[in-house]
Design a protein around this ligand. Structure first.
Ligand code: SF4
Length: 384
């Protein structure tokens, strides 16, 4: 898209910051919380001060974010749009889309007035078109029912089409400095480690949410939410957390135990069933043939490589070639195999490659990074 970070159309509104006093201590100890990793009782003020100071000194620069301590707030439209985009992809992937959307539709009213087809086309590559449809429905509700101004409470935001509990809390906290408890998977992980929560996921979710809530105060709730997001994304990572760089390691029970990576605990899953399929990598010079999957079902509406059915038995070479979407003059060649784990099953995909033509969306190899990971893996295997 050729859009750089420096071109971010950040629009901020100057709002006086509330100065609050008296951070509350953590409530009476529950079975889920204990002393901090430094041997002193964990207290909300000390933990909060350490994390907020770290955030003030090195917050990630994001085009939808107002710098911490600036006294400015980000436009709720920007917060909402970025949160919807980030529900299904990473910050580096979402950023050019965010910049492109906000250049083209600088306000929620502009987005609301956009033709469906334009928004769907601009969304291409972000996947899950249902989200794009919800995005439009929400923008139109804000424009038609709220005069183009986002509601400024969690409750009001939650009433908008397609806005779930997490997004409502994030917009309320970040855009309006509301005392909202913003909890996603990253925050659950951080809480499970800070408090060394032994109860396994997903049963522990309510307890993790309550623990996160015990750390929220009326002082800088937007910055607090974003500080936790940054901690989970850059330091308290799912694998190999960078505890030696963590601003709250002195408070962290899992760090003190020496096994932070083992949190959050999980119940052992029953073995997933395995399915088998074939992915077809058809090339035309530097381009690869992609097809759009049916709107309903797994990876619905997303672009991917053409595939066979996914079934319970492995595919023999002859069967795989017979099921190919087109015949190829030079023949289909075995180009490897990949494994991928979905929520309810594991998939082994054989990859067959050929040079040829078919009715498809032909895509540069450079653009394959936007594919769902199962197809990206298969394309990489096929291209060597
Ligand atoms: S990075 Fe390490 S020390 Fe910091 S919260 Fe996560 S597990 Fe604890």
């Amino acid at each position: 898209m050729g859009v750089g970070w420096s071109a971010a159309p950040l629009r901020v509104v100057l709002v006086p910051r509330l100065t609050f006093a008296v951070p509350t201590p953590i409530p009476d100890p529950s079975p889920l919380q204990g002393e901090g990793g430094n041997g002193v009782p964990m207290t909300t003020p000390a933990l909060r001060a350490a994390l907020l100071a770290w955030y003030d000194a090195g917050a990630r620069t994001l085009p939808w974010r107002a710098p911490p301590g600036s006294g400015m707030r980000t436009d709720p439209y920007f917060v909402w749009l970025s949160e919807v985009m980030l529900q299904q992809t990473t910050v580096p992937h979402a950023t050019p889309y965010f910049l492109s959307f906000t250049r083209r539709w600088p306000t929620v009213g502009d987005l609301a007035a956009a033709p469906d087809g334009d928004v769907m086309a601009a969304w291409a590559g972000l996947g899950y078109y249902a989200r794009a449809r919800n995005l439009l429905a929400c923008a139109r509700a804000v424009a038609a029912e709220h005069g183009g101004v986002f509601p400024d409470t969690e409750e009001g935001l939650r009433a908008l089409p397609g806005v779930g509990a997490y997004t409502a809390a994030a917009v309320a906290a970040i855009a309006f400095d509301r005392e909202a408890n913003v909890v996603d998977g990253n925050v659950e992980r951080v809480m499970s480690r800070l408090f060394a929560v032994e109860a396994p996921m997903p049963d522990s979710k309510p307890a993790l949410k309550a623990l996160a809530g015990s750390l929220v105060t009326a002082d800088r709730p937007g910055d607090w939410a974003q500080a936790l997001m940054d901690l989970g994304a850059t330091v308290c990572r799912p694998k190999s957390p960078l505890c030696d760089r963590c601003p709250v390691s002195g408070f962290c029970a899992a760090f003190k135990r020496g096994d932070p990576e083992t949190f959050p605990r999980r119940t052992k899953k029953a073995d997933r069933p395995r399915r088998y399929g074939v992915a077809y990598l058809l090339t035309r010079g530097d381009e690869v043939a992609l097809v759009r999957r049916p709107p309903k079902g797994l990876l619905g509406g997303m672009l991917g490589l053409p595939t066979s059915d996914w079934r319970g038995d492995p595919w023999a070479d002859e069967e795989a070639v017979a099921a190919a979407p087109v015949s190829a003059a030079g023949g289909w060649h075995d180009a490897g195999e990949i494994d991928h784990v979905f929520t309810h099953f594991s998939l082994t995909l054989r990859v067959f490659r050929a040079e040829g033509m078919m009715d498809a969306e032909w895509t540069d190899r450079d653009a394959l990074a936007a594919l769902p990971s199962v197809f990206l893996k298969a394309a990489k295997a096929g291209l060597g």
